[in-house]
Design a protein around this ligand. Structure first.
Ligand SMILES: [Zn+2]
Length: 132
């Protein structure tokens, strides 16, 4: 996945806060934010800030890390249920893959996600870490 500087800039807001969308029609909340509701297809959605804490409900271990990704293999990709019930698919960091368990409490943090190309553009984004 290659992102242009313009795209990184445009998405900066959603990457520094944990943002999702709420559908004004059916009231459902979801992540990542989208202009159309995945539940009822309504285009009336609004950006909301999501709680930064939640728990792991399932996970998978990736032994191949995408090129440029600032992490060591293996990488843990977890499905996390936030405190308000919204589900987020995200990388976990600062945890040994064999220490991850169902119900583990985690919190969103801002970390370097990518370093791009020769110019070394740094892309920040959300990852989750265990709550100690
Ligand atoms: Zn809806």
């Amino acid at each position: 996945m290659i992102m242009s500087p313009a795209r990184v800039w445009r998405e900066r807001g959603s990457r520094l806060r944990l943002e999702g969308s709420r559908c004004k029609k059916c009231g459902k909340m979801f992540y990542p934010p989208k202009p159309s509701c995945p539940y009822c297809s309504s285009l009336e959605t609004e950006r909301i800030e999501l709680p930064r804490k939640g728990k792991v409900i399932s996970w998978t271990i990736e032994y191949t890390v995408p090129e440029g990704y600032r992490a060591e293999a293996p990488l843990v990709i977890a499905l996390i249920e936030l405190d308000n019930g919204v589900k987020v698919l995200s990388a976990l960091t600062d945890v040994e893959p064999d220490k991850v368990y169902d119900g583990m409490e985690v919190e969103a943090v801002l970390r370097i996600l990518w370093v791009e190309g020769a110019e070394g553009l740094i892309v920040y984004g959300i990852k989750f870490v265990p709550i100690q």
